[in-house]
Design a protein around this ligand. Sequence first.
Ligand code: FES
Ligand code: FES
Length: 154
Amino acid sequence: IQCQLNGKPVELVVDVRQSLLEALRAHGLTGCKEGCGVGECGACTVLIDKVPIDSCITLAIRAEGRAIRTVEGESINGELSPVQQAYVDAGAVQCGFCTPGLVMKTTSYVEGLSQSAGGCCQSGSHAIDRDDIRREHAGNLCRCTGYQTVVDAV
Ligand code: FES
Ligand code: FES
């Protein structure tokens, strides 16, 4: 398959039965994690064309011609992305197993908010409160933090 991977064109040789998670990890992108392997925990979340998906239940061949983003592409020149930094600042990372998936989910969420608000989250029509954040992140499970710090970070 040919796709954009974190902004760079790549060609990956994949088995037709291989999940995107397996293909990415085989390509050295081990940020996305396998928690449940059945679409329940969100540890494997990556973005396809800006949309968060569970890469464990997505066939790698679906990435053909698409733009894939993983947590590895979020920091630039060693600088954490604003979302990653917010997670650190809020203490929303403990064992870290869920963190790459959560970071990608949050990234998609805040970019969507920013877009719908014309570049400014504060003045948009989308209601942003802790319940909205919880709802939007409901597919990402964390065994450590109790979620409060994750919501704080978002
Ligand atoms: S590993 Fe994909 S949803 Fe749990
Ligand atoms: S920080 Fe451990 S599972 Fe979330």
